[in-house]
Design a protein around this ligand. Structure first.
Ligand SMILES: *[C@@H]1O[C@H](CO)[C@@H](O)[C@H](O)[C@H]1NC(C)=O
Ligand SMILES: *[C@@H]1O[C@H](CO)[C@@H](O)[C@H](O)[C@H]1NC(C)=O
Ligand SMILES: *[C@@H]1O[C@H](CO)[C@@H](O)[C@H](O)[C@H]1NC(C)=O
Ligand SMILES: *[C@@H]1O[C@H](CO)[C@@H](O)[C@H](O)[C@H]1NC(C)=O
Ligand SMILES: *[C@@H]1O[C@H](CO)[C@@H](O)[C@H](O)[C@H]1NC(C)=O
Ligand SMILES: *[C@@H]1O[C@H](CO)[C@@H](O)[C@H](O)[C@H]1NC(C)=O
Ligand SMILES: *[C@@H]1O[C@H](CO)[C@@H](O)[C@H](O)[C@H]1NC(C)=O
Length: 926
C-alpha cells in the first residue's frame, strides 16, 4: 500500500501511521499488531527461560487490550525516552503508569546510575495528530491537535505548525499555540522572501502520532526523526525528541565538557548561572545550537530559538530530547554540508560577529586586587620595563568606591586618570569592569545612577511593581531592565559621566546572568507558577532563582522567566551602543553571560577558573564551542583565576593563551602574582616570546576576524572543520587551528618535554624553521621544551606576519614578513585584511585594504584587490617560502635580480624587500 501524499514539490511527503513510505518501509511507528506479536514471542522466550513470576508480574493491559509489558520490553534500552524526568521524586510503578508510561523495575541499580530511564514512553503514547496541510509562499502550514490531555497543566490542544524552505540549506520549523500568542525571543532574524528552489533537504510528516522527518537529499541520511517519542506542548513543558544520525555532536553551551559530547545519558541544562565552571553544571551563557557530523563527512546544525530554561538530553540511541519550560518550538536546521558552512548558515540567522579593534587582539593584563591605581600603574611600567607586549591594562571591582558602579575610589584610585592618560600616551588602552547591579542603599541625592534610574523606571520590578532588590558586591542592588529602551539611554548617561572621570576604552561586563548572592530577592519570590513551574530542568540548585533574581520579576518586554537567559545579551547591546556613542570607535566588550547573537556586541571569557592543568585543558573545548556559537572573541583567564599558579603552569598557559583569540591573564586577589614580570628571568623570557609570537601573527588573526565578521568563518577552529572526512579529527580538543592553516599543539600537562599531536594527512611545516613532515594522518611526538609551543603550517597556506612590538600601536607600523608553505603541487594561498584598526564599519565604508597572496609556478604574487591609505604605511620586508624542493639559481623581485638564501630544509628566503604593501608585486625563483 503506497498511500503517502505528495505535497507541493517533492520536498515533502505526508504519511499515515503505519503506512509505507516510498521505499516500502513504514515511516511512522510500526502497527500495534507488531508489538503484540513481538511481545508474545518475548513472553514465550521469557517463560522458557524460567523467570515466570517476574513476567506475570508485568502484565498490564492498556485500553486497546495490549499488554503493557510487551510494548515496553520491546523498546531497546538506548531508545527509552524518559517519561518521568522530575528530580527529587522516587518514581514508582504507580506514578509512572499514572502517566501511561512503561515501568521497568531494573534489577541492575547500575542502570539507574547510568541514567537509563526506567519509566519511559510506550511506542503508542498519545500525542498530537497532524491535519491536512496548506501550501504557503515559503512552505506549508498545518494544525496539530490532540484528543487526550497530557499530564502537565495547561496542555495546549491545538498547535500551529509552519515549515518554511527558507534557503537551499536552511529549513525553518515553527510550532506554536494555534489560538493564543505566546512569548517569542525578541531577536531580529532574517525573513525569507522566497521559497528555496533546490533544497538540500527533504521533509516528511507522520500524521499520527505527529512526527517530522528531515533527510539530506543527496545521501538519504535521516537528520531528524521526531516520531521516536511524543511531542509535548503544555504552557510550561515543551518537549520534542529525535534520533540522530551519529554520535558526533558538538555545541549546546555553556558547559564544561569535552568538545565532542558524551551521549551516554547526558543531560545538559541551559540556564545562565554564576558559578565557577564544573562538569554537568549550567554555566554563564546559553546556546541552544548543535552541530553534528554525519557519516561520510557532511555536517548539519540545529538551532532552537528559545530563551527559556531548558535542558537537552543526550542518549546513546543516538538521540536527543529538547525540553523547555516556555516559549515556542522554533527550529532552524542548517544543512551545510561542510561544517564551516553550517556555522556560517547559523550566523546568517543570529548575525555575524562584530569586528574587534586591532588593539583588542593584543595582550590584556588584569587582576582583582591591585588595590590601588599606583600599583596598577607599577604593573604597566614593569611590563614596559621588560619590553613584554601589552595592549590593555584592566581593573576589577577594586577601582570602585564601595563596589558601586560608575564610581571611582577617590583615595586608592586617585591617580587612575593619570594612569589612563599615560596608557594612551604609550598607545595602550584601559578596560574597566562593570556589573549590572545598582546599589539601592545610598542616601537619596548621593548616588545618581540609582536615583535617576528610579525616576525613569529603568529597574526590573517585583510582582508588586517595586524594584526588585537583590544583593551583589555593593550590597543591596536593583537590576537594570535592559529590555527597556529608556534603560539604554540611562546606561549611556552613566557611562558618559564615568568616562568624563576615567576615559576608559573598553568594558568588561561581569555578573550579568544576572548574579545575585541571595536567591530571588530580599523578600524571596512568589509561590506562583513563574517561580515554581510544574517542571524544573536539572539546573544547579534545583530552582529557578538560585543565585539570581525571581523569575516572576517584571521586565518591559516580558517576565524575567522568559528573559533571564537574554540578560547578558541585552546588556551587551546597550553597552556596545553606548561605547560607540562615547568613543566613536569600535567597541571592545567582554561579557560573562551570552546568548545567540552575542558576537555582534561582545566577546566572552570562559569564567572564573582555577590555576590548574585541567582548567587549562578545558579552555580549548570552551573556546572551540564559542567558535561554533558565533562568538569568536573568546579566551580563558590565562594562568587561572582562583588559586596560585606555578611558574611551569603559567608558562605553558601563556603559550596556549597566546593563541586564544582574546588573550588576557587575570588573577584573583590574595593569590601569588602571575603576570609575566612575576617569574624568573627564564620564565619571563618564555612568556615574552610567546606574546611576541602572538604579536607577529596578529595580521593573520585580524584577517581571520574580518572573515568572521564578513561571513561567519571561525577564528579558532576545530581540526575536523578542515578535515571533515578524517574521523580521527572528530574528538580532538587538545589541538586547534587558527583559520585553515595554522595548527597549535600546546603542552597541557606538567613535567612534559614533549607533546603528541595529530597531523591530518598532508605536509605540515614547523612554523619556526620551515622543516616539514609528510603525515599519512598520524599522531606524532614532538619535542616541547618549556620555552617552546609547537605551531605548524598546513601545506598550501600563506601567512602575513609582522615584526612584534611592545603594543599593537607599535607593531602595526612594522614591516611584514610573508611565509608561504607550499603544497605538494607547489601552490599556496593566503590573504590580508588591513585598515586603521579602530574606526567603525571600515569594511562597510570601503576604508580598508584587501590583498590576496598566491604561489603558482615558482612565483609569489601579491594582488591588491582593494586599497586604502593605511596600507601605504606598511612595507613587506621578507618572504620565506617553505618547501622549495630544489635550490633556485636566481630570484627576481618584480623582474629585478635579488639576493636570497636557501637552506637544506627547503626554505627559500628573500629579504630587504621594502615593497609597499599597497602595490602588487611578484617574486619568482628559477
Ligand atoms: C522514524 O522513527 C520511527 C520510530 O522509531 C521508525 O519507525 C521510522 O522508520 C523512522 N523513519 C525513518 C525515515 O527513519
Ligand atoms: C488551510 O486552508 C483551509 C481552507 O482555506 C483553512 O480552513 C485552514 O484553516 C487552513 N489551515 C491552516 C493551518 O492554515
Ligand atoms: C565614597 O563615596 C562616599 C559617598 O558618596 C563618599 O562620601 C566617600 O568620600 C567616597 N570615598 C572614596 C574613597 O571615594
Ligand atoms: C600614588 O602615587 C603618588 C605619586 O607618587 C602619591 O602622591 C600618592 O600618595 C600615591 N597614592 C597612593 C594611594 O598610594
Ligand atoms: C517598574 O516600576 C516603575 C515604577 O516603580 C515603572 O515606572 C516601570 O515602568 C516598571 N517597569 C516594569 C517593567 O514594569
Ligand atoms: C576554568 O575555565 C575553564 C574554561 O572555561 C572551565 O572549563 C573550567 O571549568 C574553569 N575552572 C574552574 C574551577 O572554574
Ligand atoms: C607524502 O606522502 C605521500 C604518500 O603518503 C606521497 O604520495 C607524497 O609524494 C609525499 N609528499 C612529499 C612532499 O614527500
Amino acid at each position: 500500500m503506497k498511500s503517502y501524499q505528495k505535497l507541493t514539490t517533492d520536498v515533502s511527503q505526508i504519511t499515515e501511521a503505519g503506512e509505507e513510505g516510498a521505499d516500502g518501509k513504514p515511516l511512522c511507528h510500526q502497527k500495534l499488531s507488531a508489538w503484540w506479536l513481538g511481545g508474545g514471542l518475548l513472553m514465550v522466550a521469557t517463560l522458557l527461560s524460567g523467570v515466570t513470576v517476574w513476567v506475570l508480574g508485568q502484565i498490564w493491559w492498556d485500553q486497546h487490550g495490549i499488554p503493557f509489558w510487551s510494548k515496553c520490553t520491546s523498546v531497546p534500552e538506548n531508545r527509552r525516552f524518559d517519561c518521568y524526568p522530575e528530580r527529587n521524586v522516587i518514581v514508582t510503578r504507580e506514578l509512572c503508569e499514572g502517566r501511561g508510561c512503561c515501568f521497568v523495575d531494573s534489577e541492575r541499580p547500575l542502570d539507574r546510575m547510568k541514567g537509563v530511564p526506567w519509566c519511559f514512553y510506550p511506542p503508542d503514547f498519545p500525542s498530537y495528530t497532524l491535519g491536512s496541510m496548506n501550501e504557503t509562499d515559503l512552505g506549508m502550514v498545518g494544525f496539530l491537535t490532540r484528543k487526550t490531555k497530557a499530564y502537565y497543566p495547561k496542555d495546549i490542544e491545538k498547535l500551529h505548525l509552519s515549515v518554511e524552505f527558507e534557503t537551499d540549506s536552511r529549513l525553518h520549523v515553527k510550532i506554536t499555540d494555534a489560538t493564543n500568542p505566546r512569548y517569542e525571543v525578541p531577536l531580529d532574524v532574517p525573513q525569507a522572501t522566497k521559497r528555496a528552489e533546490n533544497p538540500l533537504y527533504s521533509i516528511e510528516f507522520c500524521k499520527e502520532p505527529f512526527g517530522l522527518i528531515v533527510k539530506r537529499r543527496v545521501s538519504g541520511t535521516v537528520l531528524l526523526n521526531t516520531t521516536v517519542a511524543p511531542l509535548f506542548f503544555a504552557d510550561q513543558f515543551l518537549q520534542i525528541s529525535t534520533v540522530l544520525p551519529s554520535t558526533f555532536l558538538y555545541g549546546l553551551g555553556e558547559h564544561e565538557s569535552n568538545f565532542l559530547h558524551n551521549l551516554e545519558w547526558n543531560t545538559l541544562p541551559l540556564w545562565a548561572r554564576d558559578v565557577p565552571p564544573a562538569e554537568s553544571y549550567n554555566l554563564y551563557g546559553v546556546h541552544p545550537f548543535y552541530l553534528l557530523m554525519e557519516k561520510g563527512g557532511a555536517a548539519h546544525g540545529v538551532f532552537l530559538l528559545n530563551s527559556n530554561l531548558m535542558e537537552v538530553v543526550l542518549q546513546p540511541a543516538p538521540a536527543l530530547t529538547w525540553r523547555t519550560i516556555g516559549g515556542i518550538l522554533d527550529f532552524y536546521i542548517f544543512l551545510g554540508p561542510d561544517p564551516n558552512l553550517v556555522v556560517r548558515q547559523y550566523q546568517q540567522v543570529i548575525g555575524f560577529p562584530a569586528m574587534p579593534p586591532f588593539w583588542g587582539l593584543g595582550f590584556h593584563l588584569c587582576r582583582w586586587g591591585y588595590e590601588t591605581s599606583n600599583k596598577t600603574w607599577e604593573m604597566v611600567k614593569a611590563m614596559r620595563n621588560f619590553q613584554i607586549p601589552q595592549d590593555a591594562q584592566w581593573n576589577d571591582i577594586d577601582y570602585m568606591n564601595g563596589s558601586r558602579d560608575f564610581t571611582v575610589d577617590s583615595e586608592r584610585f586617585a591617580s587612575l586618570p593619570q594612569l589612563v592618560e599615560d596608557l594612551h600616551k604609550h598607545g595602550q588602552y584601559y578596560v574597566l569592569i562593570l556589573d549590572p547591579g545598582i546599589s539601592s542603599t545610598q542616601p537619596p541625592g548621593s548616588y545618581w545612577p540609582y536615583d535617576e534610574g528610579l525616576k525613569r523606571g529603568v529597574f526590573i520590578n517585583n510582582t508588586q511593581g517595586k524594584p526588585l532588590i537583590g544583593n551583589v558586591w555593593p550590597g543591596f542592588t536593583a537590576y537594570p531592565d535592559f529590555s527597556n529602551p529608556n534603560t539604554h539611554r540611562w546606561w549611556l548617561e552613566n557611562l558618559n559621566r564615568l568616562h568624563a572621570l576615567v576615559p576608559f576604552d573598553g568594558l568588561w561586563i561581569d555578573m550579568n546572568e544576572p548574579s545575585n548572592f541571595i536567591d530571588g530577592s530580599t523578600e524571596g519570590c512568589s509561590q506562583g507558577e513563574l517561580d515554581n513551574p510544574p517542571y524544573v530542568p536539572g539546573i544547579l540548585g534545583g530552582f529557578l532563582s538560585a543565585r539570581t533574581i525571581c523569575t516572576s520579576a517584571k521586565q518591559s518586554v516580558s517576565v524575567h522567566y522568559n528573559l533571564h537567559n537574554l540578560y547578558g545579551l541585552m546588556e551587551a547591546k546597550a553597552t556596545a551602543s553606548a561605547l560607540v556613542e562615547i568613543r566613536g570607535k569600535r567597541p571592545f566588550i567582554i561579557s560573562r553571560s551570552t546568548f545567540p547573537s552575542q558576537g555582534r556586541y561582545s566577546g566572552h571569557w570562559l569564567g572564573d577558573n582555577q590555576s590548574e592543568w585541567k582548567d587549562m585543558f578545558w579552555s580549548i573545548p570552551g573556546m572551540l564551542s564559542f567558535s561554533l556559537f558565533g562568538v569568536p572573541l573568546v579566551g580563558a583567564d590565562i594562568c587561572g583565576f582562583f588559586k596560585s599558579t606555578s611558574e611551569e603552569l603559567c608558562i605553558r598557559w601563556m603559550q596556549l593563551g597566546a593563541f586564544y583569540p582574546f588573550s588576557r591573564n587575570h588573577n584573583s586577589q590574595d593569590e601569588q602574582a602571575q603576570d609575566p614580570t612575576a617569574f624568573s628571568p627564564a620564565g619571563r623570557t618564555a612568556m615574552k616570546e610567546a606574546l611576541e609570537l602572538r604579536y607577529a601573527l596578529l595580521p593573520l588573526l585580524y584577517t581571520l576576524f574580518h572573515r568572521a565578521h564578513l561571513q561567519g568563518d571561525t577564528v579558532a577552529r576545530p581540526l575536523f572543520f578542515e578535515f571533515p572526512k578524517d574521523e580521527a579529527t572528530y574528538a580532538l580538543d587538545k589541538q586547534f587551528l587558527w583559520g585553515r592553516g595554522l595548527l597549535v599543539t600546546p603542552v597541557l600537562e606538567s613535567g612534559a618535554d614533549s607533546v603528541t599531536g595529530y597531523f591530518p594527512r598532508g605536509v605540515w611545516y614547523d612554523y619556526y624553521t620551515g622543516s616539514s613532515v609528510n603525515s599519512s594522518g598520524e599522531s606524532l611526538r614532538m619535542a616541547a621544551p618549556l620555552d617552546h609551543i609547537n605551531v605548524h603550517l598546513r601545506e598550501g597556506t600563506i601567512l602575513p606576519t609582522q615584526k612584534p612590538g611592545g603594543s599593537t600601536w607599535l607593531s602595526r607600523r612594522n614591516p611584514l614578513r610573508l611565509i608561504a608553505a607550499l603544497s605538494q603541487n607547489a601552490n599556496a594561498w593566503g590573504d590580508l585584511y588591513w585598515d586603521d584598526g579602530e574606526s567603525l564599519d571600515t569594511f562597510e565604508k570601503g576604508d580598508y585594504s584587501y590583498l590576496v597572496f598566491n604561489v603558482m609556478q615558482n612565483t609569489f604574487t601579491s594582488t591588491v584587490l582593494h586599497s586604502s591609505v593605511e596600507a601605504t604605511y606598511i612595507t613587506v620586508e621578507k618572504l620565506s617560502v617553505y618547501g622549495v624542493r630544489e635550490e633556485p639559481k636566481t630570484v627576481t623581485v618584480s623582474g629585478k635580480d635579488w639576493p636570497f638564501t636557501y637552506l637544506t630544509n627547503q626554505v627559500l628566503s628573500v629579504s630587504d624587500l621594502r615593497l609597499p604593501l599597497s602595490q602588487g608585486f611578484y617574486i619568482r625563483w628559477m
